[in-house]
Design a protein around this ligand. Structure first.
Ligand SMILES: Nc1ncnc2c1ncn2[C@@H]1O[C@H](COP(=O)(O)OP(=O)(O)OP(=O)(O)O)[C@@H](O)[C@H]1O
Ligand SMILES: [Mg+2]
Length: 444
């Protein structure tokens, strides 16, 4: 029995089936839907060709037996519209030359009729994997454990709704990765995905950052500037660390979530936006509300659909896949020969509690990719103590692994500089030191 690969759920958003034969069509529609696609169908080739003019599909099934000559027209239409779905031609096993011909014309696969649901599942799964491989690295989302497959399934379902989403999880569990996944799976995917790190904006700039400002509305406002809400219009706005929004600004945020309307700083007119808000928090929200640091009414506006990301220690099955992925990527990015983890190392990683979750695992892999002299990384090279039960005991370093403070500072500054594309002014601003101090520290 072919097993459905849930991590591929939602990979295809829109499918088109061009086939007049009832039983075939029904199986295709059923399975494509099970993989999370919205399925459209056309009984005739001509109708199908006109549909590809109106919509971009991710996967397309075409019965060439019906309208063989139209296949050529379909391929031309697809090229003209700039859309590149996974194209599956379907037909009898009449002649091999015919099959070769459609593959040459541009079909990605040929499905021989009659087919069973097993054949389609295999094909869809292969097509999904091809698409997944073509995704840029930043979109990689590994979710192999049963727990994470459920979360992924939930997230793909949530994506199709319009409601605001609240993602909760410890630091480094992938809240931002999931927020982007939801956006990519939603009807808003072609509009912008805008992220605001609420913890990084100082209180007096909040209004201008969120709503923008008019030229001359305050000292330094040299030009009219759009805010994050305007930039995210028709798309998704990610309010990262939303608990960090100061109380003084929460009423204004509440208004825009209710009315989807705001005014730029210094403007007299209000403007409307169509934005879906995804918020994240790694703090206990309940506590923030009890302490009156976060307004309950705002919380309920943002928390229409909750999504909880489990800590890495609660999904140990993912560790080996994540580790292999990060190690491979870090070796590649740092032009190092490829390395692998020994089975002992994997076991040790699976027994560790990962208080910093996936981010911590990524950093460990990055460090080993650069520093380990071995092709196979051994468990002794992992310097954490697996007897530690929780994050408080994390300070049990091996003496030889302690890094001098000056070196930590230097490495950190270099990371910050890299983050800001080596723009010293921006890096100094973020580090809250002046540029001269930064220059001195870097040149030392
Ligand atoms: N499921 C996943 N598959 C692959 N990489 C992941 C996954 N989840 C997270 N990551 C990686 O782990 C790192 C941390 O993820 P992310 O920034 O989304 O976490 P976060 O929950 O937003 O953390 P914080 O609360 O600290 O902001 C990133 O490098 C991200 O690419
Ligand atoms: Mg984050």
């Amino acid at each position: 029995m072919w097993k459905k690969n849930l991590s591929l759920f939602g990979m295809f958003k829109e499918a088109l089936v061009i086939d007049s034969q009832f039983p075939n069509r029904e199986i295709l529609v059923k399975i494509a839907k099970e993989y999370g696609a919205d399925v459209f169908f056309a009984q005739h080739g001509k109708k199908g060709v006109s549909l590809v003019n109106e919509k971009h599909f991710d996967i397309l099934f075409f019965d060439i037996h019906e309208d063989e000559h139209l296949f050529d027209e379909l391929v031309r239409e697809l090229k003209r519209s700039g859309s590149r779905p996974y194209l599956v031609a379907m037909g009898d096993l009449t002649s091999l030359t015919k099959i070769v011909k459609v593959l040459k014309q541009g079909a990605d696969d040929y499905l021989i009729k009659p087919f069973s649901s097993h054949h389609i599942e295999r094909l869809i799964s292969k097509a999904c994997l091809r698409k997944k491989e073509a995704l840029p690295e930043s979109k990689t989302l590994i979710a192999k454990s049963p727990k994470m497959q459920e979360v992924l399934f939930e997230a793909a379902k949530i994506a199709k709704s319009h409601a605001n989403v609240f993602i909760q999880g410890e630091s480094g569990t992938g809240k931002e990765v999931f927020a982007e996944f939801i956006h990519q799976q939603s009807y808003r995917k072609s509009a912008p995905f805008v992220r605001v790190n609420c913890a990084a904006i100082c209180e007096n700039l909040m209004e201008s950052e969120f709503f923008g400002h008019e030229k001359g509305s305050f000292t330094g406002a040299l030009n009219t500037k759009p805010g994050r809400f305007e930039l995210a219009d028709r798309g998704t706005l990610l309010l990262d660390e939303v608990t960090e929004v100061p109380l003084s600004f929460q009423a204004k945020l509440l208004r825009v979530t209710q009315e989807l309307e705001f005014e730029k700083v210094g403007a007299t007119n209000s403007q409307k936006v169509d934005v879906r808000i995804i918020s994240t928090s790694n703090r206990a929200m309940q506590k923030a509300m009890e302490e009156k640091k976060f307004r309950e009414d705002l919380f309920f506006r943002l928390h229409v659909i909750p999504l909880y990301l489990p800590a890495l220690r609660e999904r140990k099955e993912d560790i080996r896949y994540l580790a292999a992925h990060f190690l491979e990527k870090s070796c590649r990015d740092n032009l190092k020969p490829q390395k692998i983890f020994s089975s002992g190392a994997i076991e040790k990683m699976e027994h560790y509690s990962w208080p910093g979750n996936i981010r911590e695992l990524r950093n460990v892999c990055e460090r080993l990719a650069i520093l380990s002299p071995n092709e196979e990384i051994l468990e002794e090279e992992l310097l954490f103590d697996i007897s530690t039960k929780d994050s408080e005991q994390m300070s049990l370093f091996k003496e030889e692994a302690i890094i001098p403070l000056a070196e930590v500072e230097e490495r950190y500054i270099m990371d910050v500089l890299k983050h800001f594309n080596y723009n010293k002014t921006k890096a100094a601003e973020a580090l809250k030191i002046n540029v001269r101090t930064l220059r001195n520290k870097v040149s030392n």
